[in-house]
Design a protein around this ligand. Structure first.
Ligand code: AMP
Length: 283
């Protein structure tokens, strides 16, 4: 396992491997790695000859009042963890390396979908994500890239970008990894107190309850939505949004669901000061 900090040295390292015909897998992360990231790394190691894990806390995807400064940082431990799973390189550039002129003047946007759901509350977030992911794709020239379904809107937007802009890379979605209690793993779970962590189970429990109700015949969008909202509110969480949306285009459903509808429920909620997201597909 080697930590690489400059764009040029990553390119120089990968070039001969690519010339030999080796396939490169990229796992973009913001660090503070956990088993959710681990699942992405394992998939890449399984599929690709060489796995690069990027660890970059991307300032342009954080709003002014968000947690950029307190986000957990532990590069050495991250590199050891990634290496133990078979990753070959950790690419950990500085902010100056990625944005030598400050915030880039050229950004990648999806003007239609960037304002929905998470984007409605995190202005500029998705253009920051799409811009840094584009840079990582272009720098690494990876053949495969791995993203978690925990960030459902994010992976959807990245798939769209790859299609819209003809990036020559295959995007792999990896299912959400949860702890034994059902809480979706997240670097931000470290902010939770023990009490908040217990109460935050209301998110995954509410999603599961809604799915069970759907499978038992409940097809009313507002009824299904209310199940999730109620679970969170009863546990003193603060709902930011709960939306029942179409897996194919991320548009909201309303009224009564049809048997052919492909459904995902997207949630963002606060427990204490910590914002958590989660989702579940119904079919
Ligand atoms: P982050 O470091 O939070 O930006 O996440 C980096 C990648 O790991 C993203 O593609 C996330 O969707 C993915 N990821 C984070 N947590 C999980 C999880 N619990 N299960 C699956 N993937 C995850």
């Amino acid at each position: 396992m080697q930590i690489i900090k400059s764009i040029e040295s990553l390119r120089e390292t990968l070039k001969p491997l690519q010339r030999e015909g080796k396939t490169i897998g990229l796992v973009p992360t913001m660090g503070a790695l956990h088993d959710g990231h681990g699942a992405l790394i394992k998939e890449s190691v399984k599929d690709c000859d060489v796995t690069v894990v990027s660890v970059f806390l991307n300032p342009i995807q954080f709003g002014r009042n968000e947690d950029l400064d307190k986000y957990p940082k532990r590069l050495e431990a991250d590199a050891n963890f990634a290496g133990s799973l078979g990753a070959d390189y950790v690419f950990a550039p500085s902010v100056a390396e990625m944005y030598p002129d400050g915030d880039p003047l050229t950004m990648v946007r999806n003007e239609t979908l960037e304002c929905l759901y998470c984007g409605a509350y995190r202005s500029g977030h998705f253009r920051g994500v799409l811009t840094v992911v584009s840079k990582l794709f272009l720098i690494s020239k990876a053949d495969h890239a791995y993203f978690g379904e925990k960030d459902y809107q994010q992976v959807f937007l990245i798939e769209h970008m790859v299609k819209d802009l003809n990036f020559d890379i295959k995007i792999h979605r990896v299912p959400i990894v949860r702890d034994a209690t059902g809480l979706a793993l997240s670097s931000r779970n470290e902010y939770l107190t023990d009490d908040e962590r217990k109460r935050a189970l209301a998110i995954s429990a509410g999603l599961k309850e809604a799915k069970d109700a759907y499978l038992a015949g409940e097809k009313g969008v507002s009824k299904l939505r209310d199940i999730v909202v109620k679970s969170i509110v009863l546990n003193r969480g603060q709902v930011q949004f709960v939306e029942i949306v179409n897996q194919h285009n991320l548009q909201k459903f309303s009224g009564v669901l049809k048997p052919t509808d492909k459904i995902v429920v997207l949630v963002a909620a606060f427990f204490g000061k910590t914002r958590l997201i989660d989702n579940i597909e119904f079919n």
